[in-house]
Ligand binder design. Structure first.
Ligand SMILES: C[S@@+](CC[C@H](N)C(=O)[O-])C[C@H]1O[C@@H](n2cnc3c(N)ncnc32)[C@H](O)[C@@H]1O
Length: 317
């Protein structure tokens, strides 16, 4: 069976601010070429320009005007697949200032922190702007993403990446230079969701609690177990949130070929831990956990903050 000609209703509406285009590839757009070994090359289409690799060259003009999803052959016989990059591909290939939130975790954040069209989301730090792109996609042009970043050089990288992905200044995005713990209270912003991706998210908990609307969600993304412990205990001690839910996700691909159906050799194992908790209404406190902590959990060696109802343990002799 041959493929029927595609019928499409033109480009995606620019009002959607999706960062996606349909239709023939245009000059000024980014494309992603993948060779037979899976090597990827991303570049902007410029009329008259040549793309060079260890497999010779290709004229950009050979690509411009074609519907994405085709194979081309370079001057010395290298084969490449040509598509527009997906958001998940863009964020792992764009220039980086700080480490990015990987797509598997952005997906978890969007789902588990319940980011919705029209939401008002606060995030810090903006780093390279990877998570920002996913948040803006999810809230859409009628929502708002307020990003805080305390390092100017990272804010500049993020601004370039986000603007490149969406093809202009996204109307729902505001980027503030400074520390969230100081700038968020000063702004008077109230929000539905707060995402903290930084070394010390507990330092921003008070500001987050004051800005979150009742029922809102705080979500932290932390790389180490010590950060995870400190943040979870800080949320418990604060008292204005529900019991924090910590987790991580592991993604394993599969090799499927004839009778050889088995897990792939590589997997995306640890990237970071996620924690979410919901904001209680003003003056309300979540009921204390009925289950007692595991023996020794807050024993003499524990030095962090103690949740309400957990007594000090006398030091062992
Ligand atoms: C790991 S990066 C964030 C990566 C980003 N989420 C992304 O997906 O590209 C952490 C960033 O948080 C910033 N940062 C740390 N503490 C901060 C704070 N209290 N307020 C604002 N930014 C902060 C750092 O400067 C750094 O750029």
């Amino acid at each position: 069976m041959t493929d029927a000609p595609l019928s499409h209703s033109g480009d995606v509406s620019p009002d959607a601010w999706s960062g996606v285009h349909r239709g023939p590839l245009r000059a000024g757009e980014w494309v992603r070429l993948v060779d037979g070994k899976g090597r990827k090359h991303n570049f902007e289409l410029v009329p008259g320009k040549r793309f060079f690799s260890n497999k010779g060259h290709l004229e950009h003009d050979e690509l411009i005007g074609r519907e994405e999803g085709f194979a081309v052959t370079s001057s010395v016989g290298g084969e490449y697949l040509v598509f527009r990059p997906l958001l998940s591909e863009f964020v792992v290939s764009m220039p980086r200032g700080a480490a990015v939130v990987y797509p598997k975790d952005s997906a978890q954040i969007i789902a588990m922190a319940d980011i919705f069209p029209g939401a008002h989301v606060v995030e810090a730090g903006v780093g390279s702007g990877a998570l920002t792109c996913s948040l803006l996609r999810a809230v859409g042009p009628h929502g708002r993403v307020s990003s805080y970043e305390r390092r100017e050089e990272f804010a500049d990288v993020a601004r370039r990446n986000v603007t490149q992905f969406f093809g202009g200044d996204h109307p729902a995005w505001a980027l503030t230079l400074g520390d969230l713990a100081e700038e968020l209270p000063a702004s008077g912003e109230r929000c539905d969701r707060i995402i903290l991706d930084m070394l010390a998210p507990w330092d921003c908990l008070e500001a987050a609690a004051d800005a979150l609307l009742p029922g809102g969600i705080v979500c932290a993304y932390v790389a180490t177990t010590t950060q995870l412990s400190k943040f979870v205990e800080a949320v418990r001690v604060h008292g204005g949130f529900t019991e924090p839910a910590p987790w991580e996700s592991l993604v394993r691909d599969w090799h499927v070929e004839g009778l050889a159906v088995r897990p792939g050799h590589k997997m995306i194992g640890h990237t970071a831990f996620l924690v979410t908790a919901r904001r209680m209404a003003p003056g309300e406190r979540a009921p204390l956990k009925k289950r007692r902590p595991a023996p020794g959990a807050y024993g003499p060696d524990y030095t962090g903050p103690r949740p309400p109802g957990v007594p000090e343990t006398p030091a062992a002799d």
